[in-house]
Design a protein. Structure first.
Lengths: 685, 546
């Protein structure tokens, strides 16, 4: 795709912009961090690139590929910095967006909040038209209504328009005609069609996705324009791709038209890295856990593939687009420990966040957190937090644990701190267990991949709790997302719903549908400059037994024109998946095909990375007083960056690196493995 | 076997593990059940109990189930099953409201868990089954006048004894229901979930010992009780009364059913006297104690001002007085299948009383009703499709917030069905789905809006069944707030509108007929004249008010 040797992955987080730079000539991969510039993240991005160029000695003109993970769309939604949108619906159904799906999340809450709704009732306009479920027209689109509609759009000050008509996933003609009429009458007003963004059955979820897309278009487009301008100014002209929710990247053009595809891209980097590590370490089954300040994210790599689902949500708004499957619980380093009136100790989901943060940060926090418990027990070094960038306040931390947990429960500060860790580790273990259990998987077949700022101190205890015998601490756990992005591929998901019986009579229609989807996929990859030899088109179908209201995503491989034998293969796979996941299958029962998908991959080259040599200093840094197994002991502290392949770490021990600390528990041993990963295993009994 | 001494840390770890066990049981049912009502409407619940039948932990599903299972299990242990002969490989099931259950479609399965020869716990799973026989498909007859018409009654019986299936019982069930494969499939998934729960508890017991588990259970209940008592202590002492009404029982038309509560708060305890409720009725709008207690408990737990672990310890400070023969404690053989209506209205009445004690915390009445209706379409070739819809209305205004438009509230928690799915599968067209302006009660805080849904029959024939309420007695407002609208059910035929009865079985409809349901909003809170000018302007701009 590009002959220039440097590839850069950038992951823009709330605090830091992380970079990974790969030089394909030497295979060297290097990491860099620079503060994020929230007012315009492209400023921090450019600064990071320039700092990396001077630090690592390459010219901007040598950069062929820039892979960019961004939370610009996510943040715009969370902060409601969105365009003023208008929604056009089939007349009589203007309130579907607000009525939602009814189910409440908190059973006992007496003052529930309404589900968020991005377009208020006065900006939802009905259009006279109606399609039937088979796509035929019951009432034609009444174009005579257009002048009045335009007058309302003007009066409402519309900056973006979303269109979601009933059954448009089956027949997009009315939506397309509306878009053409609007383009003619109001050129420059961006229009998002539900039949283009997410052509899937279920009107509420499709409308929600189209609305999110519409109100993001002006915001994301403005950012991408700025980014392109800034890149051009610096004589820096790489191909730019953006990370999507589905674990792949897309072109700037796709991102500008369909910004909803970026919404849930946050976890993509970590999941991509997990997939890459699964390959490099020959560990096809991984539970990847990312523990930060406020949350614990669990994703699964099974048989080398990251698990993907067809719908996600942001701030309780559904997004009907493929995304990396993730279970999130509110437990992190900032989770607060408290004792209620009944004498019950709980940890989280309340969090001290970054401000005021844990007591130990000395920024005004008064409630003890998980990080504080780790400090109080000596597992964190007060003078070497974030590589020494920050000093932690040990006396205040111990006092807070004593006052808020120890005294109410009648425990010593040490016992209280250990208790906080015991409770939080049990909660983390339960989340991991449930993620595997609901898929019918056995923890003993998995290794635990631990990353995120707070993950390393808890991974061994969680694995022990679960019966998992191996924990992997990847290199650079603090910039792992950027590492994952470095090895991503272009992925375009194209879907269309069509409820059909899974019988031979449907084959002509299935063939035509898949043919059309494949043609569109080829065209999109070609437009993004992917050579034919680097393209891979895979088909998958959402399927169910007749009468069910949810579907299983069943992969069908590289089929183009399926015949009866291919359909039989698909059916057999559906029954088998149903049995594994739901423990029964009924081959006599009628099966329906609901949504057809083509996953189009444009493979980017994957140069091998060289492992960085160990730093020239002793790997065993020294010893520190740590409270372990009921008493204070002098435990070894290892320097991750100086570890050599022959070093053997016997728990209990601590391993420190610049942005993370790892706890190797009693009964576990660790050593370096492939790709610079530190691998801990439970000792044989 | 090492026995860790139980400090507060171990107690919290065990409590979380028990909740996780209930969650694993929940996932097991979700993964293995067969019928749509369980799989998509998620109408089931799972729970873990101590050795005496007290609820220790539960999955977060249906409020009307959750706080009734402990009552059922304790009734079984007190009256129906000899605990001494209930072994570790015996599964007892029952659906009988007159043995501690709620209504016949809900079959509950229980199993004890033993460690080192000692009973340490029970596990239980409740599923709403798609059909248990009786007058109408779905076993939800609006016109039943005794329980024998409502379906198959299963007394407490060992479905599995010493690990062996009791084939006679299985055959008896199979012969008496309309969809045996679905029901027995769901029953099997309940049994699988009990085993998953038992395994999780035995894993815990291996670490903490039988005595440790029993001790932990005792202290988990004590802690929730203490937290609950502390919350009740912060409410002012006094007796608070309130009355709300159900329209009728579907048989004795137009005769309202009274739900009167007298809530006495004294120190750290609450007693709830239901003696002022109407006598039991002829139709199926009756409840047994399991149902009524669930509504009372749900009201009190919601009214407390801090979150605590929901378990049977929360029940201890609360006493319910409900003489037999009333609509809230029906005597055999009254029909009870529509018990959800009684629990909705009882919750409305409880909140009306609790508002007087904690006026800053309690919202005005929500729509208080499950709008259940069934369309059975009949094609030219006589083939049939069935659509069961459960709709909802608006929630009551809260002292600090407007009510929410169209949200599942109170005793149930159901999703709607996508219009596009219905039209792709059934010869029905939805011709309208929208909020009803002005349906929320007026007030300083406005009640949430109800909604309108309209179905058009596209098949040659169709049979329509409904079981609804709040068509006469509107959801009340509080502190000067106005009531919400009442519901309406209308048949539109050849351009003419006529009312349909809200409680009806198998009304014949024809092609082109339209049925329109309009649901209640929620009541308003506070004087409407004191509503902020911006809020009034917004209501007008958005068309929430008329």
């Amino acid at each position: 795709m590009s002959e220039r040797p440097i590839r850069i992955a950038v992951d823009i987080g709330g605090t830091f912009t992380d970079l990974q730079v790969l030089d394909s000539r030497s295979g060297a991969v290097r990491a860099w961090k620079t503060p994020t510039t929230p007012e315009d993240p492209s400023i921090g991005l450019m600064r990071g690139v320039e700092e990396a160029a001077s630090r690592f000695g390459f010219a901007l003109a040598e950069v062929g590929l820039l892979l960019h993970g961004t939370t610009i769309a996510t943040n715009a939604v969370l902060e409601r910095k969105l365009a003023r949108g208008v929604l056009l619906t089939t007349a009589g159904f203007e309130d579907v967006l607000e009525i939602n799906r009814h189910v409440r999340r908190e059973l006992y809450k007496v003052d529930p909040d309404p589900f968020p709704c991005l377009i208020e009732r006065d900006r939802r306009l009905g259009v006279p038209e109606r399609l039937r479920a088979d796509g035929s027209v019951e009432a034609p689109l009444d174009e005579a209504a257009l002048p009045a509609l335009l007058a309302k759009l003007d009066a409402l000050g519309a900056e973006a328009v979303a269109v979601c008509l009933l059954h448009s996933y089956r027949n997009p003609a009315h939506e397309q005609r509306l878009k053409a009429l609007l383009a003619e009458a109001r050129p420059g007003l961006p229009v998002s069609l539900s039949s283009e963004v997410s052509p899937e059955i279920r009107e509420y979820e499709r409308a929600s996705t189209a609305v999110l897309n519409a109100v993001l278009v002006p915001v994301v487009k403005a950012y991408l324009d700025r980014l392109e301008r800034r890149l051009g100014e610096s004589g820096f002209n790489p191909l730019v791709f953006l990370v999507q929710s589905n674990g792949g990247v897309c072109s700037l053009r796709t991102a500008a038209e369909q910004p909803a595809r970026l919404l849930l891209s946050g976890p993509s980097g970590g999941a991509l890295a997990a997939g890459r590590i699964a390959t490099l370490l020959a560990r096809p089954n991984l539970v990847a856990v990312d523990m930060g300040g406020t949350s614990y994210d669990v994703s699964i790599v099974q048989d080398g593939r990251v698990s993907v689902v067809t719908q996600g949500e942001i701030d309780r708004l559904p997004v009907r687009l493929p995304m990396v499957e993730m279970r999130t619980i509110g437990a992190g380093g900032g989770s607060i420990a408290s004792v209620d009136h009944g004498g019950r100790l709980s940890v989280g989901p309340r969090s001290a966040g970054a401000r005021p943060g844990p007591v130990s940060y000395g920024r005004g926090g008064t409630e003890p957190t998980v990080t504080d418990a780790n400090l109080a027990l000596g597992r964190l070094d007060p003078d070497y937090f974030l590589g020494g960038a920050m000093t932690l306040d040990m006396p205040a931390t111990r006092a807070a644990i004593e006052a808020k947990v120890g005294a109410p429960l009648g425990l010593s500060p040490e016992a209280a701190a250990e208790g906080i860790l015991t409770v939080v580790n049990a909660n983390l273990g339960a989340a991991v267990r449930l993620s595997l259990f609901e898929k019918g998987l056995d923890p003993r077949d998995f290794s635990l991949l631990s990353f995120g700022g707070a993950g390393g101190l808890h991974a061994i205890d969680v694995a022990a709790e679960m019966g998992i015998g191996e924990v992997i601490f990847p290199a650079e756990p603090g910039t792992l997302s950027a590492y994952g992005i470095l090895y991503s591929d272009l992925v375009q998901d194209i879907a269309r719903s069509r409820v059909l019986p899974a019988v031979a009579e449907s084959l002509p229609e299935i063939g035509a549908l898949i043919g059309a989807l494949r043609e569109e996929a080829e065209a999109r990859l070609a437009a993004d400059g992917v050579a034919a030899s680097a393209r891979l088109l895979e088909v998958a179908v959402d399927m169910r037994y007749h009468g069910q209201a949810f579907e299983l995503l069943v992969p069908w491989g590289e089929v183009a024109a399926p015949d009866a034998a291919a359909l039989a293969t698909l059916l057999a796979r559906f029954h088998a998946m149903h049995r594994q996941r739901f423990s029964y299958a009924d081959e006599a029962e009628a099966v329906e095909l609901v949504t057809f998908r083509v996953i189009a991959t444009g493979r980017l080259p994957k140069p091998d990375a060289a492992v960085a040599p160990p730093a020239a200093r002793p790997a065993l840094k020294g010893r520190r007083r740590v409270h372990e197994d009921g008493e204070w002991r002098e435990l070894p502290v290892w320097d991750r960056e100086a570890l050599k392949p022959e070093d053997r770490i016997a728990g209990p021990a601590i391993v420190e690196e610049a942005f993370a600390t790892h706890w190797i528990g009693r009964g576990w041993s660790a050593a370096l493995g492939a790709a610079g990963a530190l691998i801990a295993r439970r000792d044989a009994p | 076997m090492s026995k860790t001494p139980l400090g507060p840390i171990e107690i919290e770890v065990i409590r979380n593990a028990l909740t996780a066990a209930a969650a694993e049981m929940d996932v097991t049912i979700w993964r293995t059940s067969r019928s749509t009502i369980v799989r998509e409407l998620l109408d089931y619940s799972t729970a873990v109990f101590d050795a005496e039948g007290n609820n220790l932990a539960q999955s977060a599903r249906i409020p009307s189930h959750l706080n009734s299972m402990s009552h059922f299990l304790r009734e079984l242990l007190d009256k129906w099953v000899d605990p001494e002969s209930w072994g570790p490989d015996d599964v007892v099931i029952s659906n009988d409201p007159y043995c501690g259950g709620q209504h016949l479609p809900d079959i509950t399965a229980f199993k004890p868990v033993f460690h080192e020869g000692k009973r340490i716990a029970f596990v239980g799973a409740l599923c709403h089954h798609i059909d248990v026989g009786g007058l109408v498909a779905g076993s939800y007859a609006a016109k039943a006048i005794e329980i024998f018409q409502e379906g198959l009654r299963i007394p407490p019986v060992k479905l599995i004894e010493k690990g062996v299936r009791n084939e006679g019982v299985w055959a008896m069930i199979r012969q008496n229901i309309r969809k045996p494969d679905l029901l027995l499939g769901d029953l099997n998934s309940q049994i699988a979930s009990l085993e998953v729960g038992a395994t999780a508890l035995r894993r815990l017991a291996a670490r903490y010992g039988a005595e440790g588990m029993i001790e932990a259970g005792r202290r988990i209940l004590d802690m929730s009780e203490a937290a609950m008592r502390a919350a009740i202590s912060r409410m002012p002492d006094g007796t608070y009364e309130f009355t709300d009404w159900l329209d009728d029982d579907g048989i004795d038309l137009g005769k309202p059913i009274k739900l009167h509560v007298a809530v006495t708060i004294k120190g750290d305890a609450i007693s709830v006297d239901l003696s002022g409720c109407s006598p039991q009725v002829q139709g199926p709008t009756n409840a047994t104690l399991a149902s009524s207690n669930a509504a009372v408990m749900f009201a009190v737990m919601s009214a407390c001002d801090e979150p605590f672990a929901a378990n049977a310890g929360c029940y201890r400070p609360v006493t319910t007085i409900a003489p037999e023969g009333l609509v809230v404690n029906a005597r055999h053989p009254a029909p009870v299948v529509h018990r959800i209506a009684v629990t909705h209205r009882l919750l409305n009445a409880m909140f009306g009383a609790l508002h007087q004690a904690v006026p800053d915390r309690i919202p005005a009445a929500y729509y208080g009703n499950s709008y259940v209706c069934t369309f059975q379409t009949v094609a030219e070739d006589a083939s049939r499709e069935v659509l069961v819809e459960i709709e909802i209305g608006g929630t009551g205004a809260h002292p600090a917030k407007d009510g929410v438009n169209a949200l599942s509230a109170g005793m149930h928690n159901n999703a709607n069905i996508p219009i596009e799915m219905i039209e792709a599968q059934t010869p029905l067209t939805i011709t309208r789905y929208g909020l009803i302006p002005g349906s929320g009660g007026a007030g300083q805080r406005r009640g949430g809006l109800g909604l309108a849904r309209e179905w058009r029959i596209d098949s040659p024939r169709c049979f329509f069944t409904a079981n609804m309420d709040r068509f006469v007695h509107a959801p009340y407002g509080l502190a000067g707030g106005g009531p919400a609208s009442v519901g309406r059910l209308v048949l539109v035929r050849d351009g003419e509108e006529s009312p349909l009865p809200p409680k009806c079985d198998n009304v014949p409809l024809q092609q082109g007929d339209r049925v329109r349901l309009e649901t209640s909003g929620g009541g308003g809170f506070g004087d409407p004249a004191s509503r902020a000018a911006e809020a009034v302007a917004r209501d007008r701009r958005l068309g929430y008010a008329t």
